[in-house]
Design a protein around this ligand. Structure first.
Ligand SMILES: [Zn+2]
Length: 405
């Protein structure tokens, strides 16, 4: 009896990103892909497609199908923006000038605290819509601009609500240990007490976060403080990840690996010992070229060492108002290549397979494989390298989410 599918995509080129397929990009030219009940039920060379029955057949006219893009590190939910501060900086204002005029992260905290749930949702929805239109089907969103329980919960609820409204899968991350809130200036330990004893238990109880993150840096929190946050997360069985080694070497990466972190992110200043620890723990390196570009930093993450130790590299937008106001995945991939030296294949893997792995979703999404969720992007391109090549991404894909166009 011939198999029955919901949808069959024919006359397609597939960039499966499946490492078991030995071609670059795991490519299958002249392929077809069948979907049943929201999952990939068959894929391969079209000439091998068995006789089938399907509710719908879509002629892809030799366009390329990739896994839907995964943006595994964003701060997409925030109120206001920092364009004025950007302008001041380029007019020559110092960091202190900007801080004194009320700029910096504190300005985003103020705006986010003041915004209602609906206002915050509406401001964030525009950014999400843009990312979805450009091929993103899974996105991580962090809290971290509330720095009090009420606003942190509001941010996470807005993130969850966005996932219910749009055809996109949202993973939420609690980032209470992002910065010291103004009312705790000079009292970092007391704020970490609040994060560990009040915020994490309540957020875990309400199921608002899929993971816990922190910012390990001189200007934020030290490894000993992050260790306390991770221990609290562990108590509630929440996986951890960390902003580590972005501006200096603090040893955060080793700490993250010790806690079996899903990912360590930024990593411009990570050393070989940290990378060895990541390899052993299976921690993904999340590279964020947008922040390096926007801040005009020059220290690049050590790609050669990640490759040497087989540490998987994900690539993400870091979408945030202060250091990476970026909503274009194509530009993220382009910058990963031009600024960091990834190959276009590594960049695409970084926003599909490895991005999924960084979210703990590697078995569910991120490659085209039988049994995985049918989250797809269908691109009018001649070669998958075009996805990293065009600056600013001129190509808007057709998007399939859970098998639905
Ligand atoms: Zn970040």
């Amino acid at each position: 009896m011939s198999p029955e599918f919901d949808t069959v995509f024919i006359n397609a080129n597939l960039a499966t990103l499946d490492p078991k397929i030995a071609t670059p990009y795991g490519a299958i030219k002249d392929g077809a892909l069948a979907v049943k009940a929201g999952r990939i039920a068959w894929l391969g060379q079209q000439s091998n497609l068995p006789a089938y029955r399907a509710k719908e057949e879509i002629d892809c006219r030799q366009h390329w199908i990739t896994p839907g893009l995964v943006d595994c590190h964003t701060h997409l939910v925030f109120a206001g923006n920092r364009a004025k501060e950007f302008e001041m900086r380029l007019q020559g204002a110092s960091y202190e000038d900007i801080a004194r005029s009320g700029g910096g992260i504190v300005s985003t905290v103020k705006a986010t605290r003041a915004a209602s749930h609906d206002r915050l949702r509406d401001e964030s929805a525009g950014r999400l819509q843009e990312m979805c239109a450009l091929g993103v089907t899974t996105l991580e969103i962090k809290s971290g601009y509330g720095l009090d329980l009420e606003t942190e919960m509001k941010m996470l609820k807005v993130a969850r609500a966005l996932g219910d409204t749009f055809d996109v899968r949202i993973q939420t991350t609690f980032l209470g240990a992002h910065a010291v809130p103004p009312e705790y200036q000079g009292r970092k330990e007391a704020y970490i007490d609040l994060v560990c004893n009040d915020m994490i238990p309540e957020i875990a109880r309400l199921g608002l976060a899929d993971a816990v993150d922190g910012f390990c840096e001189e200007i934020a929190f030290g490894p000993a403080q992050i260790r306390r946050v991770f221990a609290a997360a562990k108590k509630y069985s929440l996986p951890v990840k960390l902003h580590a080694e972005q501006l200096s070497s603090q040893g955060g990466t080793k700490l993250a690996a010790e806690f079996g972190a899903l990912s360590a992110d930024h990593l411009e200043y990570v050393d070989e010992e940290g990378i060895r620890a990541m390899a052993k723990a299976g921690t993904v390196a999340v590279l964020l070229p947008g922040a390096l570009y926007f801040l005009g930093e020059t220290q690049k993450p050590p790609l050669k060492l990640f490759r040497k130790y087989g540490v998987p590299m994900a690539v993400a937008s870091d979408c945030n108002p202060g250091s990476s106001p970026l909503t274009a995945p194509g530009l993220v991939m382009n910058m990963a290549c031009t600024l960091f030296g990834l190959t276009p294949e590594e960049a695409l893997a970084g926003m599909t397979r490895e991005g999924a792995r960084a979210l703990g979703l590697g078995d569910e999404i991120g490659t085209l494989e039988i049994g995985k969720r049918a989250d797809l992007a269908i691109w009018d391109i001649g070669h998958p390298a075009e996805l990293s090549y065009w600056m600013g991404q001129n190509t808007r894909p057709e998007r399939v989410f859970g098998g639905q166009m």
